[in-house]
Design a protein. Structure first.
Length: 151
């Protein structure tokens, strides 16, 4: 009985450690020169790991990174999500050309304020992380970024 409980406890602790994975995220916002707000989603990929670009050449391989914004009357997306230039390679594991990001890529969502008051930008990023030997199942990370009222 004690051995079974120890195995269950170890499995649960391993799941929490595994769930954090090799990718972490930071979210922030800053005003741009044109009056829009730039919401930044920065991935931090551990050495040897990567996440995929927003678009991939085919649909039968890895999952692309997807950014979803929650609709709100305080703002509107003013342009599509922007990403840094991805690395493009032929991947023998998927037997196709793929595009991905390593290091600390920043995805940017330009939004236009429609309210002078403070508000929160909410959304989620879904991504798949891989190294040269394995891939982890896609994960979803929700985010909330506070935006200050206009002065």
């Amino acid at each position: 009985m004690i051995r079974s409980l120890a195995v269950i406890a170890f499995t649960i602790m391993s799941a929490f450690t595994f769930a954090s994975g090799p990718i972490s995220w930071k979210f922030s916002a800053a005003s741009s020169a044109d009056g829009n707000i730039l919401v930044s989603l920065q991935a931090n990929c551990e050495e040897g790991w990567h996440i995929y670009a927003l678009t991939l050449p085919r649909d039968d391989g890895p999952f692309p990174t997807v950014v979803r914004m929650t609709s709100d009357k305080a703002y509107n997306a003013s342009a599509p999500v922007q990403e840094p230039l991805p690395v493009e390679v032929d991947d023998p594991n998927f037997q196709m050309k793929v595009r991905y990001h390593t290091g600390s890529p920043v995805f940017t969502v330009p939004i236009k304020r429609t309210s002078e008051g403070a508000f929160e930008v909410k959304g989620e990023v879904e991504f798949m992380s891989c190294n040269d030997k394995t891939c982890l199942p896609p994960q979803v990370v929700k985010f909330t970024v506070p935006i200050a009222a206009l002065k």
